[in-house]
Design a protein around this ligand. Sequence first.
Ligand code: ZN
Length: 136
Amino acid sequence: MNPKEIDHIGIAVNNIEKAFEFYKSLGWKDLKTEIVKSEKVRVGFISFGNNVHIELLEATEPDSPIAKFISKRGEGIHHICIRTEDVKEDLQKLKSKGHRLVNETPKEGAKNCWVAFVHPSSANGVLIELSQERES
Ligand code: ZN
């Protein structure tokens, strides 16, 4: 078996601290952020009791994918991340079925994970991130 779960929902925002004000109003207190160089973003994860997170994404460079996304569509849901045990294997499976991948191989993502993106044209208009915990 290869159990998969929703890991997080990524939301593109102009400013993480500003965006977090909404969650503060609902009782969240502090937000840890980190920079993901490979994606040119700063991210902050908001935890929920069921182990699903919301990932706030802020561009760190004008040519960041998040900056491009916001300039086209404004702030909003950017991607859904599926936690998996083997990103490489999943990429292979998807490729063999003709699905369009953004990343052919996993790369370093936030939270010490290997990640890869699947193109929205293969997933009903939604950008899908696959994420696997790295062994440390
Ligand atoms: Zn993500």
